[in-house]
Design a protein around this ligand. Structure first.
Ligand code: FBP
Length: 547
């Protein structure tokens, strides 16, 4: 593999480990836990993995040299730092016992089912230290949920004498990890399953998980780009830039980028939902800002749009809920019809309110909502051009206002979507350290006989030495939700809290940012240099932890 100068230099970075993980460890167990909601149902569904305690690793004098082979799976969207989870896991299992072996399943959970794997040796692992991407073994979105898949997986687990599977994934993948852990425990197969909290979206967090890995690097990458656009915008003073940023559901990425860059507008999907706003109201609000700035001679600005916005507009959300059920029950009846017939079929099967909303949407958006889903049943919001939809609607509204004498400016829009470019960036120091510690924790959870746990690292706004590592039972994070027309146990997604400090910080400043030009230019991620340039956590994490 030919390498860049940065990659060569960065390979020798030694991630910092929490003090408690630097030597031999023992487990300190907390009190029994319960799920965040629907306790009776979840307990019934997970009789073998429900109620286990949160655990913390503390230093020990006794060395543990458990002999264990481990299988690792990268699941879902890429997130910077995934390779460091693997290197942390690899280094730790080898430290426990040099005979231990690590197997990577290729292209996600499907690799386990299809017996597609490779052994990850030191030579291979060393090539990927502190690099972005998931290309060491690849990732995929196959949903692991059927008994046949679990049994197929078991065949290769037995063949390779694997003691535990580590699944690095988001809320859906960790939900599946928990189901797999429960299944293997119920069957007494003696195979452990451990999860690791990954996703740039930042929506896999709760009292135990402070942040999902990748959020830090992805946001810093987008913030660099947004800052560059803001500077261009403030130099040319002739464009409104509509910038959509990834985050399938929650607006954490949009909010963090806004806190880092201070754009003129940042929409927050959760607020739109709470205020029961329509698309027209959002456009009106945007146009108020555009018109106000124009009245002061500022025919330019920046707007951050969260990727998931469309699903959070209540009327559209209700439509999607009904379309999900329709797709689950009757999808096969209309998926092969031509486009016009499909549209007619759908409209005739929707309730009148939802049919009316459906008819108002541009054809491309309507099609996205009604047909295309990822394997977990999610609308593929990254394919919907919300930024274009909004700017087109603003242009039309401003033209009306111009006729009415309410607007005196000129409006020209540029569109951007920042998503994929942030998912494989070289991990920041935070993500490099955090992921290495997560991998190390995962190894210790296995060595200490745990299953159905997610590796965790807490106290992450302190220096890495002071971080606290351990594990949380996955059932503790679960509740029941409707998915594909059925009630299912799932990990509760963390949306932006409207009484949380990061959102309140936005609200306290946004009028000022809208009217004036207060842009901040964060610049590129720095890997070497003063700690306040290189080692800062996200603003979200700092504010959440009162820093
Ligand atoms: P995960 O939740 O699997 O980490 O994926 C997050 C994400 O990057 C979303 O922000 C985005 O909507 C989606 O993946 C895009 O998926 P794909 O890579 O399949 O296009």
């Amino acid at each position: 593999m030919e390498k860049s100068a940065l990659q060569i230099a960065r390979a020798s970075y030694q991630p910092k480990l929490p003090k408690a993980l630097q030597g031999a460890v023992k487990v300190k167990e907390g009190a029994p836990t319960q799920s965040v909601d629907n306790q009776d149902e979840i307990k019934k569904l997970f009789p073998n993995t429900y109620g286990m305690p949160v655990v913390e690793f503390v230093p020990s004098d006794e060395t543990n040299n458990t002999r264990m082979n481990v299988g690792i799976i990268l699941s879902g969207g890429q997130a910077p730092g995934g390779h460091n989870v693997i290197t942390g896991l690899f280094d730790q299992i080898k430290k426990l016992n040099p005979e231990n072996r690590l197997f990577g399943f290729i292209l996600g959970p499907g690799g386990l089912v299809d017996h597609n794997y490779m052994e990850l040796t030191k030579d291979i692992v060393d090539e990927y230290r502190n690099t972005g991407g998931f290309d060491m073994i690849g990732s995929g979105r196959t949903k692991l949920e059927k008994v046949e898949q679990f049994e197929k997986g078991l065949e290769i687990i037995r063949e390779l004498d694997i003691k535990a599977i580590v699944i690095i994934g988001g809320d859906d993948s960790n939900t599946n990890a928990c189901v797999l852990a429960e299944y293997y425990a119920a069957k007494n197969y003696g195979v452990q399953v451990i999860g690791c909290p990954k996703t740039i979206d930042g929506d896999l967090k709760n009292e135990q998980i402070e942040t999902s890995f990748g959020f830090d690097t992805a946001c810093k990458t987008y913030a660099e780009l947004i800052g560059n656009i803001e500077r261009d915008c403030n130099s040319a003073r002739k464009y409104w830039h509509f910038i959509k940023v990834m985050g399938r559901s929650a607006s954490h990425i949009a909010l963090e980028c806004a806190l880092q860059c201070q754009p003129n507008v940042c929409l927050i999907s959760e607020e739109v939902e709470k205020n029961d706003m329509t698309l027209n109201q959002i456009v009106d609000q945007l146009c108020e800002t555009i018109a106000y700035r124009a009245s002061n001679g500022y025919n330019f600005g920046t707007v951050i749009v969260p990727e998931g916005l469309i699903e959070f507009i209540p009327a559209i959300g209700r439509l999607i809920d009904e379309l999900n059920d329709l797709l689950a029950l009757h999808g096969a009846d209309y998926k092969d019809l031509d486009k016009k017939a499909q549209r007619e079929y759908i409209i005739s099967h929707l309730t009148p309110d939802n049919a009316a909303t459906f008819k108002t949407l541009p054809a491309g958006v309507a099609r996205q909502l009604s047909l295309d889903r990822d394997p977990h049943g999610n609308v593929q919001v990254s394919l919907i051009e919300t930024e274009k939809l909004l700017s087109d609607m603003c242009e039309a509204r401003l033209a009306e206002w111009k006729n009415e004498g309410r607007y005196v400016g000129s409006f020209a829009a540029q569109h951007h979507f920042f998503g994929y470019e942030g998912r494989c960036a070289a991990p920041s120091n935070f993500d490099s350290d955090y992921c290495y510690a997560l991998g190390t924790s995962a190894a210790q959870l296995i060595a200490n006989g745990k299953t159905g746990y997610m590796a965790i690292v807490k106290n992450t706004t302190a220096s890495a030495e002071e971080w606290i590592a351990g594990g949380v039972p996955i059932t503790m994070m679960m509740n029941m939700e409707r998915r594909n027309g059925e009630m299912k146990p799932v990990i509760k997604k963390a949306l932006v809290e409207l009484d949380g400090k990061p959102y309140k910080e936005l609200v306290a400043n946004r009028d000022h940012w809208a009217k004036e030009t207060c842009y901040i230019y964060p610049g590129p991620i720095q890997y070497w240099g003063p700690s306040d340039v290189c080692d800062q956590p996200t603003k979200t994490l700092a504010l959440e932890q009162g820093k």
